[in-house]
Every structure is written in structure tokens, then in C-alpha cells.
Ligand binder design. Sequence first.
Ligand code: LIP
Length: 305
Amino acid sequence: MADSATLKEYLTFAIALAKEAGALIKAASEKRMADGGAVLVKYENPADLVTETDQAVEKFIKERLAATYPDHKFIGEETMAAGAETAFTDKPTWIVDPVDGTTNFVHGFPFVAVSIGLTIGKEPVVGVVYNPLMDELYSAAKGQGAFLNVNQQLPLLRAPLQDVSQCLVATEAGSDRSPAVIDKKIQFIHDIVSQLGAQAHSLRCTGSAALNLCHIAKGVLDVYWEVGCWEWDVTAAIVIVNEAGGKVYSGASTPDPRPVNIFSRKYLAIRSGSEEQQLKVAHQLWEIIPEIDAPRKPVPGGFEP
Ligand code: LIP
């Protein structure tokens, strides 16, 4: 593990990089709002959008990281979509989503962020998530706290964590639209909000896994559950949640109190509170969460499905 001064150096670098990347996203968003710019690059799944901006921003971040830290590894959404194979090792590994909330970007819904995470010894240790459209920058390094816009320590809201019936819960439709998957997600929503279920306070979807997690870190969402997103959507924000006193567990239906495997594609985040209360709420969720298949290629050293 790197010492705290080295982590701080990586964090400072990642914050500056996120701001530069954010400026590119903001300019592209303004162009899109003005004249429909940022052409869609289609893959086979029409519910999983990719634009020229995703690709350009990832190229920018990847090149800047390679120039500054040539020994470090890189896992990025667009690089992996283009077929790259990266083993997950103990070496410093940057895990990047250039634009998390691409669908929001395309529609002008302002929950859009660049997400830059770093693992060392396979552990997420640095995370920066920057929403340039709202100018909100979330950052954290292991053992050094989590912050909004560098000087506001997270969580902002420190109310006691209560029963799931008192929670504001976030989830997402996700990009797998097969009826069997959507039926299970709708059943989860029913069981969370209905009078016959947990009757939680309400439900939210921001369209960005990274920003859902940052709102958990802020304390303004209590629970976030999603199956189907990827390590680049969550790695940076997991550091931010952890440093804000929250927890990210497995989002599979089987209770598991260990920290989530970032490659698992199944995430359950609970905001800050006592560990006993966090686990109580997590167990209430595990009783409701359906088992949903989220297939992926094996990641050598990281995840064997
Ligand atoms: C998005 C995730 C979101 C998920 C979407 C999509 P992208 O990431 O953040 O949680 O529901 O389907 O995967 O594609 O905008 O980077």
C-alpha cells in the first residue's frame, strides 16, 4: 500500500485531471444543447449509449495518465468496450468512466460525471467524481476523509440511519432491458415502496451510478441498489462512500457483510450510520433484493463469474 503522502499526490493529480476532463464534458454538453452536437456512437445495445464525447474524454484521461504514471495500469469503459483485456493486479490501476450518465448527457439531464478511481493492492484507495454541469466535485483518499468541492467534509447530512421504511432509496433501470430482468427490478421497486412492502420514504434514479453513490456519501440518499453497472461506474465513488462512513456491500440477493467486489456488477450502498444500523438496513434490503444474472467475462485476478 502507498503511504499517505503518495495517496495525497495521486488524489491531487486525479482532482486536476477530473477538472480538465470536466471542462471537455461541459463544453460538449453546451454544444449539444446549442446545436445537437456529440454524435452517438452506436453499439449493439440501444439502451447503452456511447457518444464521441465518451471516447474523446477517455482518450484524454488515458494519455495523461500514461504520460504521468507510465507504470500504472488502466481500465476504462471505452477501452474495454473496444475489446482490451486487462488483468487485475496489485499494481496501481486507474479505473475510469469518462462520462458516467451518458444517457443524461445525451438528453441534457444534468447528472453527468467523470469518474476516476485508483486501486492499489486491488483495493480502491483514491476516488474523484466530478459533475461539471453542477460543478460538484467529490473526492477521497483512503484514511483521509471524503469531501465535496475539496473543503466540505462528507457526509453533509448526519441524521441517524433508521429502518428501511424511513429511507430514500435509489436504483436504476440499467442497460439490460430483457423482460425477465426488468420484471425483477419492478418487483424490487414494488417491494420497496408499496404499502404491502417496506414502504420506504420514496425512490430516486439519477441515471449515474457514480453520482448515486456520491449522494450516499453526502447523506442525502440512504440506500442505493443496482445490478448491471460496471467497475468503472463505481470504483471512484466506493472510496468516497467508504471515507464518508458509508458501506458498499454485495447487491446480490445473498447476505454478505464483506466489502463488495468491484467487478461483481451488483452493488448495495448504505449511507453513514452505526455499523449495526447499516447491517440492519442491508439485511432488510437483502430480504427484498431479487437474484438477477449480470454476466461478464472473467477478469484475471479480479473476478471469476
Ligand atoms: C450508467 C450507469 C447507470 C446505469 C446505466 C449506465 P454510463 O453508466 O451509471 O447506473 O443504470 O445503465 O450503465 O453508461 O452512463 O457510463
